[in-house]
Structures are given as C-alpha cells and as structure tokens.
Design a protein around this ligand. Structure first.
Ligand SMILES: [Zn+2]
Length: 176
C-alpha cells in the first residue's frame, strides 16, 4: 500500500478543496487533523500486526466500499451530513490510491482491492500501477531500505503537483 505521506497529502488537498463547497466552516487545525486521520483510517488494520505481531490480513476488512460507507454514515450520524460525506470521500481517496498501488510502476497490474468485501470476496486489480507500494510485515520490513523508494517517489510527485499549483496561481509578472 502507499505510505501515510501520500494519503495525508491527498487528505490535505481534499480539505482545502472541499471545505468551502461542503460548508465545513472556517479553516482550523482540528478539522485538518480530522481529515488527515480519516484519509489514513483504513490502514489502522496494520496496527495488530505491528504492535502484537498478529498475522491479520492487511487491506481487506477496512479497504472496501462497505467500510467506507460505514465510516461516512457513522461520522454523518455524529457530525452531520456534510462531514459524513467528507469522511466518505476521504476514506475513498485512500482506497483509490491503494487500488492503483503496486510493486512496479507503469502498465503492470496493481495489487488491487476487494472492493465489495464482505459481500463478495474477489480482488480487483487496476491495469496500471501509479503508486509504489511498501512491504509491511514487521517493523524491520517497514523501515527497510527497499521501502525507501515509495516515499521518495511520493515526495517527487507531491513536489511536482505543488509546483504546478504554484505555477498556475503565481502572481502576475513573476517569472517574466
Ligand atoms: Zn491502505
């Protein structure tokens, strides 16, 4: 799966882009923190493995449409419809990124997701891999040298997107 860096970046972009249209109120660090947590929420299924060494499946129980809908409904029930929709979108952003994540970039099948679990257990892969995945069986594997490529790639990708956004919104006359 992709790293929390990319999921958090996506959560930050969605918060900036949707807080106005969804009328989430003014900017605040608490709301941003909630969005970052929600964008990373599906990966909580890694904790039993990393803390207790339990061989629990990663990317199954929390990485599917019913789970995303459940989070949206739970948040919406507690915080209102707009936040429920925002929570659903944030969790879905995580799933979409993970859907296009694999070990080899390009026209290679991604690891994919079991989108409809537990209703249907089939795992679907994307035809192309857009994001580099990491291995995460234990702390040693998680922080191994082989896992350095994913955050490096994601850092370059995020820097390119931020540069593009800045270039499009730069003050007139700059860079002339
Ligand atoms: Zn994930």
């Amino acid at each position: 799966m992709a790293t929390p860096l990319l999921h958090s970046f996506c959560g930050w972009c969605l918060y900036r882009g949707l807080r106005g249209p969804l009328k989430l109120g003014g900017s605040s660090s608490g709301k941003l923190a909630a969005c970052l947590v929600l964008a990373n929420l599906p990966d909580l299924d890694l904790l039993p493995r990393l803390i207790f060494g339990v061989l629990s499946p990663h990317g199954l129980y929390t990485h599917n449409l019913p789970a995303a809908a459940g989070v949206g409904l739970a948040v919406g029930f507690r915080q209102g419809r707009q936040w429920g929709l925002m929570a659903f979108i944030l969790v879905m952003s995580h799933l979409v990124i993970d859907f296009f994540t694999g070990l080899r970039l390009g026209l290679a099948p991604s690891w994919g997701l079991a989108w409809l679990y537990p209703l249907e257990g089939g795992r679907w892969s994307a035809p192309a891999t857009l994001f580099l995945g990491t291995r995460h069986g234990s702390w040693e594997v998680l922080f191994s040298r082989a896992n350095l490529w994913a955050p490096l790639y994601e850092g370059c990708l995020m820097a390119a997107l931020l540069a593009l956004a800045w270039f499009r919104r730069r003050p007139p006359g700059l860079l002339r």
